[in-house]
Design a protein around this ligand. Structure first.
Ligand SMILES: Nc1ncnc2c1ncn2[C@@H]1O[C@H](COP(=O)(O)OP(=O)(O)OP(=O)(O)O)[C@@H](O)[C@H]1O
Ligand SMILES: [Mg+2]
Length: 335
């Protein structure tokens, strides 16, 4: 659906070209929810603006929904943009228009008649759970409701791609969860491709299928969320996982550092998360274990568990072998 090939972007600043994105290769499949994480200034918004043609690449190629965005003319770009919806951190609603007319607005721009545009807006407002609020103005809505209007408006022209620029960053955790659930439902029911940029790994964990990590304009890591989140390779990715409230990448509590034994991180995924493997292996091998930190949660809909344990006993090698045999990912940590 979206393919970057050696694509890069520089901006002229004071007579110099400053690279915002270094050459990158990235493919986003139709129907997936793709996350892009990075710190402020990493190039996330630049990447989105390349996709919808608001910025032109300085080099390389970019194909979006079958069109070569890097060579499209004005008319081609306008046609492409109708197939791309966008939602923003600060919602960008028109304050002088009602909720209904905000949603109808892109259709009116596309030449759809008033009655038909309003009918379609009403159907979209029902989908995002706001039918009772259609005659209100944006100022009369909560942040979460505003973002639902933003989602309905983005869907008005029946796009094939939805771009989300920090769409939940201005919302509290509970509202964030409900907006992410809405996006997840839209992805599943409409088969829409969603590209979601965020500085929160937890947002990626909840809705994304795959993720790429940007660091100062470089794409440093990408892959399935289950891989990148549970086994981050690059230092920047590790930091993102540690910052998220769902990672087990943080340093051990000083008290835990004194616990004797071999330090291991065990990762269980899928239904294995709920098997009584730890106790079973301990009984069978006679090793003892102390749980030093841990978390059981979900990556999208797949359960996972990640435990840091200290193992003591004569047969810790055998215990490691049995964990591995049972499909547990075993990582030995240094002290
Ligand atoms: N129009 C522009 N002219 C010059 N430099 C720009 C322009 N737009 C972005 N930049 C620079 O490019 C780099 C990447 O910016 P970008 O907006 O893509 O970052 P970001 O990852 O979206 O950051 P944030 O999380 O703060 O939104 C930054 O160093 C920024 O200063
Ligand atoms: Mg940005």
């Amino acid at each position: 659906m979206i393919e970057f090939q050696g694509t890069h972007k520089s901006y002229p600043v004071g007579g110099h070209e400053i690279a915002a994105l270094h050459p990158l290769d990235l493919t986003i499949q139709a129907g997936e929810v793709f996350g892009i994480v990075g710190h402020s200034g990493a190039g996330k918004s630049t990447l989105l603006r390349l996709i919808n043609g608001l910025e032109r690449p300085s080099g390389g190629t970019l194909t979006v929904d079958g069109a070569r965005v890097d060579t499209l003319d004005g008319a081609g770009l306008r046609t492409l943009r109708r197939r791309i919806g966008m939602i923003f951190q600060h919602f960008n609603l028109l304050s002088a228009k009602t909720v209904r007319d905000n949603v109808a607005f892109p259709l009116r721009l596309a030449g759809v008649g008033r009655t038909q545009a309003r009918e379609r807006a009403d159907a979209l407002l029902a989908r995002v759970g706001l039918e009772a609020h259609r005659d209100k103005y944006p100022a009369q809505l909560s942040g979460g409701q505003k973002q639902r209007v933003g989602v309905a408006r983005a869907l008005a022209t029946e796009p094939t791609i939805l771009l989300c620029d920090e769409a939940t960053s201005a919302l509290d955790p509970q509202t964030t969860a409900s907006v992410l659930q809405l996006l997840d439902g839209i992805n599943r029911e409409l088969g829409l491709t969603i590209v979601l940029i965020t500085h929160e790994m937890d947002v990626v964990r909840r809705v994304c299928d795959r993720v790429a990590v940007l660091d100062a304009g470089h794409l440093v890591e990408s892959g399935p969320v289950s891989e990148v989140f549970l086994h981050p390779r690059h230092a920047t990715t590790r930091r993102f996982v540690a910052e998220s409230d769902a990672g087990d990448e943080g340093a051990l509590h000083p008290d835990a550092a004194d616990v004797p034994g071999r330090l291991l991180r065990l990762t269980f995924t899928g239904t294995d998360t709920y098997r009584s493997l730890l106790g079973q292996v301990a009984r069978e091998t006679g090793v003892d274990y102390t749980i030093l930190s841990g978390r059981i949660d979900r990556i999208k809909r797949t359960p996972y568990g990640q435990l840091t344990v200290a193992l003591v006993g004569e047969h810790t090698d055998e215990a490691l072998r049995r964990f591995g045999h049972a499909g547990v990912h075993v990582e030995e940590l240094s002290r």
